[in-house]
Design a binder for this molecule. Structure first.
Ligand code: 5GP
Length: 120
């Protein structure tokens, strides 16, 4: 896994639509698109279009409260659109020990199969 160097990530190119992605939901603040390496029948990533220092959740400050809430509301919209409201998981991998690989804050929305707990 890479570390947080504050530099641009692959998600900048996805936001700029310089590399293709399958967009599930988009508004002025967030973008939701299918994970290229899905870990469940539904696996969507929800990201802020403006990273604003949020390489990972460990950088969150009170000024980020609005976008953080917006991301969760978008997660619910994605779950509804994908038909998984009866059971879905929202995951944020934070830092190397949690296997974060892209340093642009993102929510994983996972569903469409029975989930296990603890996740491992
Ligand atoms: P992380 O491991 O940082 O929590 O999650 C990063 C996720 O981004 C991974 O699940 C990985 O499959 C996904 N990903 C990495 N590069 C791309 C890409 O170019 N396109 C898409 N759609 N997903 C990507």
């Amino acid at each position: 896994a890479s570390a947080d160097n504050g530099g641009p990530t692959i998600f900048d190119k996805i936001i700029a639509k310089e590399i293709p992605s399958t967009i599930v939901y988009e508004d002025d603040k967030v973008l939701a698109f299918r994970d290229i390496n899905p870990q469940a029948p539904v696996h969507v990533l929800v990201i802020p279009k403006l990273r604003d220092g949020l390489t990972h959740l460990g950088k969150a400050e009170l000024r980020h409260a609005e976008i953080l809430g917006h991301l969760l509301c978008a997660a619910k919209i994605v779950a509804e659109k994908e038909g998984i409201v009866d059971g879905f998981r929202v995951v944020i991998n934070n830092g190397p020990e949690a296997c974060q690989s892209v340093y642009h804050l993102h929510l994983h929305i996972l569903g469409g199969r029975q989930m296990k707990w603890p996740p491992g």
